[in-house]
Design a protein around this ligand. Structure first.
Ligand code: C2E
Ligand code: MG
Ligand code: MG
Length: 687
């Protein structure tokens, strides 16, 4: 189904009948009006005519009330003057001046020609129809014989003129809009509100006549109350706009999107057409925001909003749902057209954005849901587009259309979240412990506690799968509380049997907000009577790359308490040297992504490169006065290379995999026996 952008002017339809009829009839009237006015003497009407006509044209430029749904013209204050001209000098001068005013304002607004032509026709016909009422009461005002002085007794026929004018005008507009919506729907759309505003403007016309007849020079004074009314209307429109729009990008907000979606849905159901809903989420936006600050993030959002708006059509609704999430409604379109809109949006992002002297590539993931194919309800469509967006994001495909098969994944994820809560309540999560050894003398540096969830049905669920879920859904603190409580209890248990092993626990960015973590660790250490130096927190480099003051405050406080801090996954974040230097960390853990390439057999050059990178990381740690620990050491060869590169410690399967508490206890005992033997041998040798 091709997307209708502009109605076909000549194909038979309700629209073309109204459009053609209005243009033909209306412009014929304008031609008559021109001939009539040209052949009349203007001397009788004189300055009052000039002043009234001038004010009419000026006021036409200011719409008083935005039109209904799609009617861009709205109610204009000039209508009062048009009606007054009709009363005083009959239909021809009124039609001519109204036509001039309409053309002037339409050209100023750069309207398309077919709309300009129609508007002139519509006004001319409405004025002409209303003038028949004046004929019917036997008054024949003309330029040569203007209307006699008005009295209160003229009001009834004047009201009849207003009614005819309003009805004819409304019928013509509704007919012309029938290419967008049905004739009846247009006619009913906001009818009462539209009638009230039109009549309140028309009601001023007798006053215009009175002033023009008695003191035409005072006519401009009528503008004052009119402009006041205009300003009030404008202010209420602005308020309405603010309530429905996002202040940063100026785009409609979620509420407005839902209203637009409801309207498109109703129309689509009635006409049996389809439409698409796109949900768009920027990729890596959080990192930009966290690393470079909200100011840069905001600028990026504004740029994105501009590109988004520029790449869709006028009748598509673009909205910002919040954060880095946007939506587009593509009305009256099939799946193929909707996908082409999505592609157009993506290609509009190809050029990088220059911000604060840096170039940014904006990437976005787009989820597509189609009505009625995927759903027939507003909430369903929003949810399905959201599911599709997650699929696009996860598969890095850029654009994904909703599919029920994929949806099971997201339902699955939601289910997993519920089960995680339950597992936390039931204490079904346990900790495994993985040792870290010194690369200098193989002594034990400590153990890292890693969470394990052995799900009764799903089996082992890796932490990388449920931790991001916990972070996003706000239950991370429950998980961290649980982990820290268990780790401290284990630390105390080992101490009680003479094993003095420092224990490290991983924390997430959400844990580092506020005082919760500080209190939890402090209270726990006190309760067990443990020295703070035995407890370590691992924080991944990605979360410290942002320069947040609160984050620093929490880390400093923990450090002051004597808890040691380890910078985890080093090399995967974007911390500056300055930032690293300002952090109160005690150890740097080189991410395992840098360790495994050390021994890749295939390519000698890349091994050399990998060694260079790891050495640089170790040197950097040393320059900062910190020991470097390598993660993911799987082989003796890696162990040896790391040792030769000057690395201080290692953790990985080569030493031991993460073990449940009982196995870890046994391992640690053996290790301490081994260490004791080594120590004893050293003592004997040195003696
Ligand atoms: P991490 O802190 O970098 O933990 C090291 C990960 O490497 C662990 O994965 C560990 O099992 C794995 N690993 C250890 N030795 C080797 C090896 O020789 N080769 C390979 N290929 N992998 C090895 P795991 O347990 O799946 O944990 C993944 C991540 O989940 C952790 O990365 C950590 O960021 C997070 N995590 C685990 N437990 C917790 C927790 O209690 N709280 C929080 N916030 N995050 C946790
Ligand atoms: Mg870790
Ligand atoms: Mg790590």
């Amino acid at each position: 189904m091709p997307r209708v952008l502009r109605p076909s002017l000549f194909k038979p339809s309700v629209f073309s009948a109204f459009w053609g009829g209005s243009v033909l009839g209306g412009w014929l009237l304008v031609a008559f009006a021109l001939a009539n006015v040209a052949s009349s003497s203007l001397s009788h009407a004189g300055p009052p005519l000039a002043m009234t006509a001038f004010l009419l044209v000026v006021l036409e430029l200011r719409p008083l009330v935005q039109g209904r749904g799609h009617d861009p013209q709205g109610v204009v204050m000039s209508t009062a003057f048009a009606c007054a001209m009709l009363f005083m000098w009959g239909r021809w001068p009124a039609i001519l001046v109204v036509a001039i005013a309409s053309i002037t304002s339409d050209l100023r607004a750069r309207k398309e020609l077919w709309k300009v032509l129609f508007n002139v026709g519509q006004y001319s016909l409405s004025v002409a129809a209303a003038s028949l009422v004046i004929d019917a009461v036997g008054l024949v005002p003309t330029l040569d014989h203007p209307l006699r002085a008005v009295t209160g007794r003229d009001l009834p026929w004047m009201i009849a003129v207003w009614i005819v004018y309003f009805l004819v005008n409304d019928l013509l507009v509704s007919g012309a809009l029938s290419w967008i919506d049905s004739f009846w729907a247009n006619l009913q759309d906001d009818f009462v509100h539209y009638a009230i505003t039109t009549f309140s403007v028309l009601a001023l016309s007798p006053l215009v006549v009175l002033v023009a007849q008695s003191a035409w020079i005072l006519l401009p004074l009528l503008l004052i109350p009119l402009l006041l009314v205009y300003r009030t209307a404008q202010m209420s429109l602005e308020k309405e706009h603010q309530a429905g729009h996002d202040p940063l990008t100026g785009l409609p907000n979620r509420t407005r999107l839902q209203a637009a979606l409801a309207a498109v849905l109703t129309k689509s159901r009635r006409d049996g057409t389809s439409f698409g809903l796109l949900l768009i989420d920027l990729d890596h936006f959080k990192e930009v925001n966290d690393t470079l600050g909200h100011h840069v993030g905001d600028q990026l959002l504004i740029h994105f909003a501009e590109r988004l708006t520029a790449s869709v059509r006028e009748d598509d609704t673009v909205a910002r749902l919040g954060g880095d999430e946007f939506a587009v409604i593509v009305p009256n379109a099939d799946h193929e057209s909707v996908l082409s809109v999505a592609e157009r949006i993506r290609s509009s992002l190809l050029d990088p954005v220059a911000l604060e002297g840096m170039m940014f590539e904006i990437e976005a993931s787009i989820g597509v849901a189609m009505h009625p194919h995927h759903g027939d309800k507003l909430d369903d469509l929003l949810r399905l587009a959201d599911v599709a967006m997650y699929v696009a994001k996860e598969s890095r495909s850029g654009v994904a259309t909703y599919s029920a098969r994929r949806d099971r994944n997201s339902a699955n994820r939601l289910g997993l979240l519920g089960e995680l809560r339950q597992a936390l309540d039931d204490g079904d999560l346990e900790l495994h412990y993985q040792p870290k050894l010194s690369l200098h003398d193989s002594s034990l540096l400590g153990v890292e506690a890693l969470i394990r969830w052995d799900h009764p049905q799903r089996g082992f669920v890796p932490p990388d799968e449920f931790i991001p879920l916990a972070e996003r859904s706000g239950i991370m603190h429950l998980l961290t509380d649980h982990v820290i409580t268990m780790a401290l209890a284990q630390l105390a248990a080992w101490r009680d049997i003479g094993l003095h092993v420092p224990v490290a626990v991983n924390v997430s960015v959400t844990d580092l907000v506020g005082h919760r973590l500080i209190n939890l660790v402090g209270d726990g250490l006190r309760a067990h009577g443990l020295p703070p130096g035995m407890f370590q927190l691992e924080i991944t480099e990605r979360i410290v790359s942002s320069d947040a003051d609160d984050l620093n405050a929490v880390l400093n406080k923990l450090h002051e308490m004597g808890v040691t801090l380890s910078l985890d996954d080093f090399g995967t974040g974007y911390s500056s040297l300055l930032r690293l230097q300002s952090l109160p960390v005690d150890e740097l853990k080189i991410d395992r992504a840098f360790v495994s390439p050390l021994t890749e057999k295939l390519n000698q050059a890349s091994v050399k490169e990998a060694c260079g990178i790891v050495r640089a990381a170790i040197d950097l740690a040393h320059a900062l006065g910190l020991p470097a620990i390598a993660e993911g050491v799987e082989t003796a060869e890696e162990w040896d290379i790391l040792r030769s590169l000057g690395c201080d410690g290692a953790q990985g399967w080569h030493i031991a995999a993460p073990m449940p508490a009982d196995k870890a206890t046994k391992w640690l005992r053996d290790c301490s026996v081994r260490n004791a033997v080594v120590e004893a041998t050293r003592v004997v040798e040195s003696a």
